[in-house]
Design a protein around this ligand. Structure first.
Ligand code: ZN
Ligand code: ZN
Length: 365
C-alpha cells in the first residue's frame, strides 16, 4: 500500500498514512512520484485548515515522477516516461486557452478543491475518499492524474530538480518572459527573493536584462539573489527601498515584480517603475492593496497579475529543462533542503524562518 502525507484539517498535525489508489480511468495516468517541492501554497492550505478543500487531503502540487500505467485513450505517454506535474491542467480548447491565458483554463478550475476533472478522487482510506490537492496530491508515493496534468520531459534532468519546474520555477520565470515580456538590455526590480523571486531574477539574467535589482530585507536571500544573477541588491533596512531603486536607475526600472503580496510591496513595485513601466503582482499574502492614481494614470504605468507564469505548460517545461541542461537555468542551487515524507514539517519550519530557497521531499529518487 502506498503512503502519503495526510492533512485531516482542524489544525491537526500532518500524518504519514497508507491509502488505497484506484486504477486510472480514461485519459488518466498512474504516476510514481519521485520528488515533490514544498511551496507556500501548501503552507497556506495547511494554516488555513483546508477551508474549501475536500478533507482529508493529500497536499503537494510541485512534483515530478515516472509513469507506471496509462488509462484508456491516453496518447503520447507510456510506462517509464518522466513527467512534471502541472498545477492546473490545461485543455487547450477553452476560451482562456485559445485566448492566450492558458493558466486560467476552465479545466484548472475543476481541480481547485482537490479532485480530478470528474469531481472525484482516486485516493481513499477504508473506502472514504481522500482529496488530492491540485488534482494530484503529490506528497505521496503514487497518484493518478488526468493526462493533461502532466508534461513529458527529457530523462537527462534529475527528478528532484525537475519537480521544482512545476510551480515555483515556471511562475517566477514566466512573470519575466510571458507577463512583463522583459527584453535584452532592460532594467528590472524583484521584490521578495524566495523561491519565486530567484526564478524571476534568473529569467531576467537569461533574457539579457542589463540591470537586475533584488529587493529583500533578509540578507541571506539577497546573497542567494546575487548567485542567481542580481546585479544590485536593495534592503529597506538601509532606507526607503523605492528611492534606492529610483536612485540606482536614474528614475525607475522598466519592470518591477512583487512576489511578497502585501499592500506596501505591490505599491512599491508600481512606484519603482519609470513612467510607462510595468508592475507584475504574483504574491497573494494579503487580498487588497492601494496605489496613487497618478502613479498609474499620469505615469501611464501598467499593473499585471501573474498566475503560474501565464504560459502553456507543455511548452514551458521542455523549454526550462533545455535551459537547465544547457547550464543556464540554475536548479541545483535552488534545492537548499531535502526532506522525507515523515519530516515535511521541518520544511515548513525552514520556509517560515526564511532559511531556504526551496525544500524538496525525496520520495522515490
Ligand atoms: Zn506552489
Ligand atoms: Zn483550457
Amino acid at each position: 500500500m502506498p503512503r502519503a502525507v495526510i492533512m485531516h484539517g482542524d489544525h491537526r498535525p500532518l500524518t504519514v498514512e497508507n491509502y488505497d489508489l484506484a486504477d486510472p480511468k480514461a485519459h488518466e495516468l498512474r504516476v510514481r512520484i519521485a520528488a515533490s517541492g514544498v511551496c507556500h501554497s501548501d503552507l497556506h492550505v495547511f494554516e488555513g485548515g483546508g477551508v474549501g478543500m475536500n478533507l482529508p487531503i493529500v497536499l503537494g502540487h510541485e512534483a515530478s515522477g515516472v509513469v507506471e500505467e496509462v488509462g484508456e485513450g491516453v496518447v503520447g505517454f507510456g510506462p517509464g516516461d518522466h513527467v512534471v506535474f502541472c498545477v492546473f491542467p490545461q485543455c487547450g480548447n477553452c476560451r482562456f486557452c485559445k485566448g492566450g491565458f492558458p493558466t486560467l483554463c476552465v479545466a484548472g478550475q475543476m481541480t481547485k478543491a482537490g479532485t480530478l476533472l470528474d469531481g472525484t478522487t482516486r485516493m481513499s482510506m477504508s473506502g472514504k475518499p481522500i482529496g488530492q490537492m491540485a488534482g494530484m496530491g503529490a506528497w505521496s508515493e503514487m497518484t493518478v492524474v488526468p493526462d493533461i496534468s502532466v508534461v513529458k520531459i527529457d530523462k537527462a534532468i534529475p527528478l528532484p530538480q525537475a519537480a521544482l519546474l512545476g510551480c515555483g520555477v515556471v511562475t517566477g520565470f514566466g512573470a519575466v518572459t510571458n507577463v512583463a515580456k522583459v527584453q535584452k538590455g532592460a532594467t528590472v526590480a524583484v521584490i521578495g527573493c524566495g523561491g519565486l523571486g530567484l526564478n524571476a531574477i534568473q529569467a531576467a539574467r537569461i533574457v539579457g536584462a542589463e540591470r537586475i535589482i533584488a529587493v529583500d530585507n533578509n540578507q541571506r536571500k539577497l546573497d542567494y539573489a546575487k548567485i542567481f544573477g542580481a546585479t544590485d541588491v536593495v534592503s529597506s533596512q538601509f532606507g526607503d527601498q523605492v528611492q534606492q531603486v529610483l536612485d540606482l536607475t536614474g528614475g525607475g526600472v522598466d519592470a518591477a515584480f512583487d512576489f511578497v503580496g502585501i499592500p506596501v510591496t505591490a505599491e512599491d513595485a508600481l512606484r519603482m517603475t519609470h513612467p510607462g513601466g510595468t508592475a507584475v503582482c504574483t504574491g497573494l499574502a494579503e487580498p487588497r492593496f492601494g496605489f496613487e492614481r497618478n502613479d498609474l494614470v499620469r505615469g501611464a504605468r501598467s499593473i499585471k497579475g501573474n498566475l503560474m507564469g501565464m504560459g502553456v505548460f507543455a511548452d514551458e517545461f521542455p523549454k526550462l529543462v533545455k535551459l537547465y541542461l544547457d547550464g543556464q537555468l540554475m536548479l541545483d542551487e535552488l534545492v537548499s533542503k531535502r526532506v522525507k515524507l515523515e519530516t515535511v514539517s521541518e520544511a515548513f519550519d525552514a520556509m517560515i524562518a526564511g532559511e531556504v530557497a526551496r525544500s524538496v521531499i525525496e520520495i522515490n529518487v
